[in-house]
Design a protein. Sequence first.
Length: 279
Amino acid sequence: MGFEVSDIQAWEDYATRVLGLEVSERAEDGTVYLRMDEYHHRLALHPGGKDDLTYVGFLAANKEEFENIKSKLYESGVEFVQASKDEIANRHVVDMIRYDMSGIPAEVYWGGHVVFEKPFYPSQPMSGFRSGPLGLGHVGLNPDNGDEFIRILTGPLGFRDSDALGGPEVRFFHCNGREHSVVVGRGATANDPNPKRIQHFMLEMKALDDVGFCLNRVQEDGIEITSGFGKHTNDHMYSFYMKTPSGFRVEYGWNGRTVDDDDWVVNSYRSATVWRCKA
C-alpha cells in the first residue's frame, strides 16, 4: 500500500519507533519505503497533502496470472492503464497496471522486489510480523459503491467471502490463508460524510508480547487509542487500534485464525468483538 502523507518525518518516526517497521530506502522523489519482512517494502510513504490511501496493490503470483487478471478485468468492463516506467521503478516491481475500484485507487503487479541478502531488521525489539504468504495484513476500505467494489474484488481478482458484520453492512474477504485481507466498510455516513478511502490497516505480530510492548509505547507517547485491547469475533485476533499521524487507524494484533477453503463456512456477526477493554 502507498499513502500520501503531509508529514513524512512524523510518519517515519511513528512507523519505526511505534510500529517497529524498518526503513528500507529513502528515494530521491521523497518516497520512504517501509519493510516488515523479506520484501523491499510492503508500505510506502509519498509526500503530499491528502493524508490518505494513494493506492492498494495486489500481487499476482507470476506473469501468467498477471495477464489472466488483466483479461478478466477487461471482460468485466474495468478499464485499466499500463503503469509507466517511472511508476514501475517507484513500486519496485517487474510490471504493473492501475485501475479504479469504485473510488479506490488499485494496482495489480507481479515480480515484487525481495531482498533476502539483507535480512529484515525491526526497529524495535520484537519477534517479527506474521506476513510472508499471508501478505502484509489486512486493509479496511471505503469505496463509493460497495457492491461494485465487491464485484471487481470477487470477480477479476478472485477474492472469496470470509464473513459479514452487522448483517450485510460490513463484508470481509480473503485471497490467501489469512481470515480476511480486505474489509469493505460502510463508506459515507451522516457522522462522516467525507470519509478517507482507508479506514484502517492491520499488522499481525508473531507474539502477544509484541502487541503489549507496542501498547506500552503508544501509551507512553500519548498516541490516541481508538479501540482498546480485545478479541474479534470473526478472525479471533487479539488487538487494539490507534491513530496514525494521518488520522486513519492501525490495528496491531496477534493470533488471527486462518482459512481453509475446503471446509470454510461463511458466517455473519452482530458484534465485532468477543470482549474489549476500554481505550
